[in-house]
Design a protein around this ligand. Structure first.
Ligand code: NI
Length: 395
């Protein structure tokens, strides 16, 4: 059957590429993917999908739809949102909207899953269960993650497992990369406000300088990973923002705001870092006569690949493209809201290589020149359908 699925994917290749270009030219940012949603829903209706649900999170964005008769159900997920970024590529399918661009490949995700949708209609009578397709809005949103909204509104009800693919420009075209267990990092965000007492730059003794405290806090925070976390663990503590309430050369400001990002793979490490940031930020600030307040948010959980599902994904990929093109991935410090699905039911997420410098598709994700090598997309469609088939075949 995998051979047949691959042949069907190849047959639909042009259609998949054209759809991707259409999405690429008409990008929509998180929670505004109403037109993209319409195109997807119309296609699913045309293909005869059932239980088509349109609109999640109180919007017109996102689609869930089903195929198959009875039995267990597998969900296949694609995110569909673009980013607030200017497209700086010189291609015929360049974004038609100023300031909006598919710079993470989610256009290709939607196109690949629609390709898989069509493949599944051709093998529908032989499916040993059901497949639910999830076209998810707002992966990039952060504050209101599309995955969580879909879960809250029942997208996983009756589903035994979820599978997803990300097109990746750092992986060579046509390869599939997998990793069992923790795969992509948990992402936390923090905001620190250090308050002192403003004054004249010439009279520090009459002021309490929050800048001086912020400098000490900034370097002390860098001892968390190096001195408090085991070298066998992997973690990042980064300071992103640093802003004084005054930027005048001879004023000691009242206040400094600092913000940062934390990436971890284990909950014990995550707990420790949250506690340490609080302890150090507040303790160091107070030791320098300032007051400090910290807001710490756990934004995205770790993406955890279920070992049995990962084995199945690896086997599916190997039968599709050969073992030489299937690789074990290293840990990825980036985060992905697909992880919300994995907190509810077993899930597996893999990367499809779309990086090919000869076709200008080696640029980093979220950069204005990002592009995908479209010759890999039919493999993504085949991988979706092939994984669903193999999952449903298992007793
Ligand atoms: Ni992405």
């Amino acid at each position: 059957m995998i051979e047949k699925i691959k042949a069907l994917a190849k047959e639909y290749e042009q259609e998949i590429i054209e759809r991707r270009r259409c999405f690429h030219m008409n990008p929509e940012v998180s929670w505004e993917e109403a037109e993209t949603t319409k195109v997807i829903a119309q296609e699913l209706e045309k293909l005869g999908y059932e239980n088509i649900r349109v609109g999640f999170g109180g919007t017109q964005c996102g689609v869930a739809a089903e195929i198959g008769e009875t039995g267990k159900m597998i969900a296949l997920r694609a995110d569909i949102d673009a980013l607030p970024l200017n497209d700086e590529k010189d291609v015929v399918y360049k974004s038609q909207k100023a300031g909006v661009m598919h710079a993470c490949g989610h256009d290709s995700h939607a196109a690949m899953l629609l390709g898989a949708a069509k493949i599944l209609t051709q093998i529908k009578s032989e499916l040993k269960g059901k497949v639910r397709l999830l076209f998810q809005p707002a992966e990039e949103h952060g504050v209101k993650p599309g995955a969580q909204a879909m879960i809250d509104e029942g997208a996983l009800e009756g589903v035994s497992a979820v599978f997803g693919i990300h097109s990746m420009s750092h992986c060579s075209t046509g390869e599939i990369h997998y990793r069992s267990g923790p795969f992509m990092a948990a992402s936390d965000a923090w905001e620190l406000v250090i308050t002192g007492k403003g004054g004249h730059g010439s009279a520090p003794e009459a002021a309490v300088d929050p800048n001086a405290a912020a400098f000490q806090v900034g370097s002390a925070l860098q001892t968390i990973v190096s001195r408090e976390i085991s070298p066998k663990d992997t973690a990042v503590v980064s300071i992103g923002g640093l802003k004084s309430s005054s930027h005048v050369f001879n004023i000691i400001p009242e206040r400094v705001e600092m913000s940062g990002s934390v990436r971890t793979f284990r909950s014990g490490v995550q707990d420790h870092i949250e506690e340490a940031i609080r302890r150090i930020a507040i303790g160091v600030s107070e030791s320098m006569r300032c007051k400090a307040g910290l807001k710490y948010s756990r934004v995205i959980p770790v993406t955890f690949n279920d070992p049995a599902l990962t084995e199945l994904a690896q086997a599916t990929a190997e039968s599709l493209i050969g073992a030489d093109s299937v690789r074990e991935s290293e840990l990825i410090m980036g985060s992905e809201d697909f992880s919300y699905f994995g907190r509810v039911i077993p899930s597996v997420y893999v990367f499809l290589g779309v990086g090919n410098p000869e076709k200008n598709s080696g640029f980093p994700h979220h950069s204005p020149k990002f592009d995908v090598d479209e010759s890999a997309l039919y493999l993504g469609a085949a991988m979706h359908a092939g994984f669903a088939w193999n999952f449903l075949e298992k007793p």
